[in-house]
Design a protein around this ligand. Structure first.
Ligand code: ADP
Ligand code: TRP
Length: 334
């Protein structure tokens, strides 16, 4: 009998996660735990390529302490948002150091030109980031992450599709070079992930200072929601919900009936944006209330979070060792 589909994805621990990350990635990851074997990891080796600077380019005071905190935050976020450790495996990339050896083996079949043409690398260089070998070989480590778990499907955002294609390419080059079937070729999968706008209407991103954190609450949340940019139509004017950031965010959490009701108020006129913002604020509070509670419980019991990561690492490491063993044999290192 064939085994269930294996899903694998990684998240970089590079700052507080926001609504874009939740609706664009985390929610989909968590749903997939019902559909097969799900493996998710915190890509801390990858984060080392960026953790020394802040999104605005300034140096960080304590990069090591920040990284540690972000790693813990990602783990807590996944657990609070519903990752069930009895169904899905959550681990920290650097708890599986064998993935670095696998990276080396793959590097020996990786064409320089592929790395030079990787869009994520070129984007970062164009934005003025200094080119180091870590950033340059980032896609090879990512390929190793995927191949190390014999993943079938890699749920990712559009920006990562090229990396999954490169993974297939490196895997088949290695298989061919060593006349073997060591690596399984993975497919990428885009979720029905919506595009989540930030408070200024552009794509929500931690680098744009326009995000709303998944666990923001109280005054800071209120300030962020009330600060969402809208057009300047007067209160009486009919308004278009479909071009309004407030409504776009509301839709992510509201039932179809609730969406229709608010859209009707927009179109009828007589409703100011303040009212829509209050509705959004209430919706965020309602939607994330159980997750906030879960997060508070986890923050009070960090030992539990570390146990989940330790168990996850054992499972992920066992898979990686088996794959690495096949690869070493295939290329004559065993
Ligand atoms: P950021 O832009 O804040 O640095 P990342 O690039 O780390 O976010 O995002 C991790 C994943 O979260 C992405 O691959 C994507 O799937 C999802 N994501 C991030 N921002 C958004 C957004 N505004 N809308 C939809 N999905 C998003
Ligand atoms: N590069 C991915 C990102 O920035 C994170 C990542 C690292 C990843 N290794 C992976 C995603 C393996 C999927 C599979 O979002």
């Amino acid at each position: 009998m064939s085994r269930p589909k294996r899903f694998l994805s990684g998240v970089q621990p590079s700052g507080a996660l926001h609504l874009g990350n939740y609706f664009g990635a985390i929610r989909e990851h968590i749903r997939l735990q019902e559909q097969g074997e799900a493996f998710y990891f915190i890509a801390d080796y990858h984060a080392l390529t960026t953790i020394r600077t802040l999104p605005d380019g300034a140096d960080r005071k304590a990069p090591a302490a920040d990284l540690k905190q972000y790693i813990f935050d990602v783990a807590v976020t996944y657990l609070a948002c519903g990752l069930d450790p009895s169904r899905a495996v959550l681990f920290r990339q650097s708890d599986v150091p064998e993935v670095c050896e696998l990276t080396w083996l793959l590097m020996t079949v990786t064409p320089m030109a592929d790395l030079e043409n990787a869009t994520s690398y070129r984007d970062k260089i164009e934005r003025g980031k200094a080119a180091d070998a870590g950033l340059f070989t980032y896609p090879v480590l990512m390929a190793a992450d995927i191949l190390a778990q014999d993943a079938d499907v890699v749920p990712v955002g559009k920006d990562q599709k090229q990396h999954v294609e490169m993974t297939r390419d490196f895997a088949s080059k290695f298989n061919r070079a060593f006349k073997s079937e060591v690596f399984k070729l993975p497919e990428h999968k885009f979720g029905e992930a919506p595009y989540v706008p930030g408070t200024d209407g552009a794509k929500m991103s931690k680098s744009y200072g326009n995000s709303i954190g998944i666990f923001d609450e109280g005054k800071p949340l209120e300030k962020a929601v009330m600060g969402i940019k809208t057009d300047s139509l007067p209160l009486e004017a009919p308004k278009n919900p479909d071009t309004c950031t407030v409504f776009t965010l509301y839709k992510l959490m509201a039932t179809p009936a609730e969406q229709d009701a608010l859209a009707a108020k927009y179109r009828a006129g007589g409703m100011g944006y303040g009212v829509a913002k209050q509705a959004l604020l209430a919706k965020i509070n309602e939607y994330f209330a159980p997750m906030r509670e879960k997060r508070k419980a986890l923050m009070a019991d960090p030992g539990e979070v570390h146990r989940v990561l330790k168990d996850g690492a054992e499972k992920a490491r066992a898979n990686t060792r088996a794959v690495l063993d096949r690869a070493r044999r295939a290329c004559g290192l065993a």
